[in-house]
Design a protein around this ligand. Structure first.
Ligand SMILES: *Cc1c(COP(=O)(O)O)cnc(C)c1O
Length: 410
């Protein structure tokens, strides 16, 4: 069973599968129900028992004879969802994974499940806006305080930890939109020294480019809506970590109710099979785009962790296998000049999100921060001329040519 997964986690193994082999086969049972090659979609809300004795046997053991769990009710478990969870655990080199209805549902369910009243969170800035909003508004109502520190300032991070009160350090890596890279080993070390759990949102990296658990981080979260599903057609989220902790989260998912749909789980697993080749293509295009933009006279500044000019290049080079498919940059010009450039592009769609096969572009000042004034945006570090470009899997040359012609328009 799951031979490739075993090979992958065994350091002594002679065969070390590459990222595409792991994407296709990682965590996958070789023999599935009905002899089906693909994972069957078990589209059911509940499960039946042949008779009362079968029910009693289930209550006594909770497992089938073949070791796979049978289920009782759709909110507690589903074989299609369990299959994608095994795959996600294998890819991030974790013991287990739990799937949720969205990335935000994963983050909120984790924090609601583990934080006691009166707890304290330390979080790095330049992070997903809704995660921060959840901590600073929702959790605050339950007496849970959040301190936000600048990403990359480890003295501030350590100083913000309150003994016996701080329960979580939360960071993204890479961050949004400046692609800052958190030093995972340092964060894991602080967590261990102060007995604080650590959570890394690794959505922008994918398990192909970065595996935070290997650096000692406790929990990894991904918005599976992005690269993992890869086709901009579903929402899902996942948390990966130690088996006992993930089991507790799976139990609490049965209470909080953030169960994903089996159809979506199937589509997600289908998407993940091409994760390796998609992300490799996106890495390759992104570095070409970053280099092209950095040498272009109409571009003021490029933020890409694979460029030596990026403040976290050294950390990124040490802890990531590659640098990802998102590039942020500042156009030489104001809000309107930047919009003109974006409107002149022919390949990328104007849309939030990232990680799918289609290139997506956005001007954060007009997308995520529209209701704020230029001054308020500047206070949050968002300049009017900032652009976030998430490359898809289109041909690198075509994307470069498209950027070139659009920059010639301004
Ligand atoms: C999109 C995103 C989320 C939220 O995920 P959803 O699937 O949209 O709920 C969280 N973190 C990061 C870094 C994201 O990009």
């Amino acid at each position: 069973m799951a031979a490739l997964r075993d090979l992958q986690v065994d350091e002594a193994a002679t065969v070390k599968p590459g990222s595409s082999t792991r994407s296709v086969h990682g965590g996958t049972l070789r023999q599935k129900a009905y002899g089906s090659l693909t994972t069957p979609i078990v589209q059911t809300a509940t499960y039946t028992f042949e008779n009362t004795q079968a029910l009693i046997d289930f209550m006594e053991s909770k497992t089938w004879g073949d070791g796979s769990e049978r289920e009782e009710y759709g909110r507690y478990g589903n074989p299609t969802i369990a299959a994608v969870e095994r795959k996600l655990a294998a890819l991030d080199n974790g013991e287990d994974a739990v799937l949720y209805a969205s990335g935000m549902n994963a983050v909120t369910s984790l924090l609601l499940s583990v934080l006691p009243a009166g707890a304290h969170i330390v979080m790095t800035n330049d992070c997903y806006r809704r995660t921060r909003q959840f901590c600073q508004t929702f959790l605050q109502r339950f007496g849970i305080e959040t301190t936000v520190v600048p990403v990359g300032d480890y003295d501030a991070l350590e100083a913000a930890i309150i003994r016996k009160k701080t329960r979580f350090i939360i960071s993204e890596s890479p961050t949004n939109p400046y692609l800052r890279i958190a030093d995972l080993e340092r964060i894991a070390d602080l967590g261990k020294r102060y007995r604080v759990r650590t959570l890394i949102d690794s959505t922008f990296a994918t398990p192909i480019n970065q595996r935070p658990l290997e650096w000692g981080i406790d929990f990894v979260v991904h918005s599976a809506t992005k690269y993992l599903s890869g086709h901009n057609d579903l929402l899902a989220g996942v948390i990966v970590g130690r088996a006992d902790r993930i089991k507790a989260l799976r139990d609490s998912r049965g209470v909080l109710g953030g169960m994903p749909d089996p159809q979506n789980a199937f589509l997600l697993e289908r998407g993940i099979k091409t994760l390796g080749i998609r992300v490799r293509q996106q890495n390759q295009t992104a570095v070409a785009v970053a280099n092209f933009l950095e040498s272009h006279p109409r571009i003021e500044r490029v933020w890409y962790p694979g460029l030596e000019s990026h403040p976290d290049y050294a950390v990124a080079a040490a802890q990531m296998d590659d640098f990802g498919g998102v590039i942020s940059f500042e156009v030489a010009g104001d809000l309107r000049t930047t919009s003109k450039f974006i409107d002149a592009l022919q390949i990328p769609y104007i849309a939030p999100s990232l990680g799918g096969v289609e290139s997506l572009i956005e001007q954060p000042a007009l997308m995520s921060y529209y209701e704020k004034s230029t001054e308020e945006r500047l206070a949050l570090g968002i300049r009017d001329n900032l652009v976030r470009f998430a490359v898809g899997v289109e041909d690198t040359e075509d994307i470069l040519n498209d950027l070139d012609q659009a920059l010639a328009v301004i």
